[in-house]
Design a binder for this molecule. Structure first.
Ligand code: FES
Length: 285
């Protein structure tokens, strides 16, 4: 099979991009000026500027990338290279709430895959798809370095620890119903656009945002306590979900039962061929 040059999409913005309306452009210019003033070199402001344009449209559009390139005197190729590298930048219109289910190894075996499957069915969407009302975009996410609270769900980058299919279902129902939702650590969830503006470096005006520091929880501090030689409660085997001690002794699996990552494939996120994880398609694709 041959592939013509026109068939190949490298994620480059197809120019010319539609310009912002004058009022939007004036507002973004003023905000961008404020962002640029924080950096000794203008190109260092690219990451916050991408968040800024994302706060305008909910994703990094071709128009947004052209704005960043023009503002920072970069080529659109340079801007595109950055915007397509980081998963926090979305390349097409998405929901008010980005619900990410960690399906990396630890979260997956602790229930992440079950949570993802449950939400997929409950919401009627697949990976990187948005509900018809435009509220929720569901996605697989990679390890968020919160493995001690597995399985973890994130909404607009805020953590929800120790989730179950039931708690995650309640979470998305609350978001869709417009109820106030508080993460395990941090201030109440705001919309994706509002989150993007905060990430661009503008004040977080949510009630309690400054006080909600999100210190380390007990599970994160166990290793530190051990290193300090502090006594810990006697270790016991518990059910991961209900916390009740198990009556049976820990099971030592036989070699045939003990599948490692090098053995036969397990039921994980990779077994979702209809909606594979990976880079989202660009707007219009
Ligand atoms: S595997 Fe899910 S947070 Fe690390």
């Amino acid at each position: 099979m041959t592939t013509s040059r026109q068939d190949v999409s490298l994620g480059m913005p197809q120019l010319p991009a539609t310009p912002y309306p004058a009022e939007v452009r004036a507002r973004l210019d003023a905000d961008a000026k404020e962002v640029l003033a924080r950096y000794p070199g203008s190109r260092s402001a690219l990451l916050p500027l991408l968040h800024l344009v994302q706060s305008e449209e909910g994703y990094v559009s071709r128009t947004g990338m052209a704005f960043c390139a023009e503002t920072l005197d970069l080529t659109t190729a340079e801007v595109t290279a950055v915007a397509t590298f980081y998963s926090m930048y979305r390349r097409r219109p998405s929901g008010d709430y980005q619900v990410g289910v960690c399906t990396n190894t630890l979260c997956a075996v602790m229930g992440g895959d079950a949570i993802f499957d449950t939400l997929k069915e409950h919401l009627g969407v697949g990976n990187n798809e948005t509900t018809e009302d435009g509220k929720v975009t569901l996605e697989h996410i990679e390890c968020n370095a919160a493995c001690d609270f597995a399985p973890v769900v994130m909404v607009n980058w805020e953590f929800f620890d120790n989730q179950t299919p039931q708690s995650a279902t309640q979470l998305v129902d609350d978001l869709i119903a417009g109820r106030t939702v508080e993460p395990t650590r941090g201030a109440p969830i705001c919309s994706y656009k509002e989150t993007a503006r905060i990430l661009a470096g503008f004040p977080d005006e949510r009630p309690g945002a400054v006080e909600a520091t999100g210190g380390a929880g007990p599970a994160s501090l166990v290793g530190l306590k051990l290193a300090k030689g502090e006594a810990l409660p006697q270790a016991r085997v518990v059910s991961p979900r209900d916390g009740q001690p198990k009556s049976a002794q820990p099971h030592d699996p036989s070699p045939s039962e003990h599948l490692s990552s090098h053995d036969a494939p397990q039921q994980t996120s990779a077994s979702d061929p209809e909606h594979p994880a990976g880079p989202a398609a660009e707007e219009g694709e």
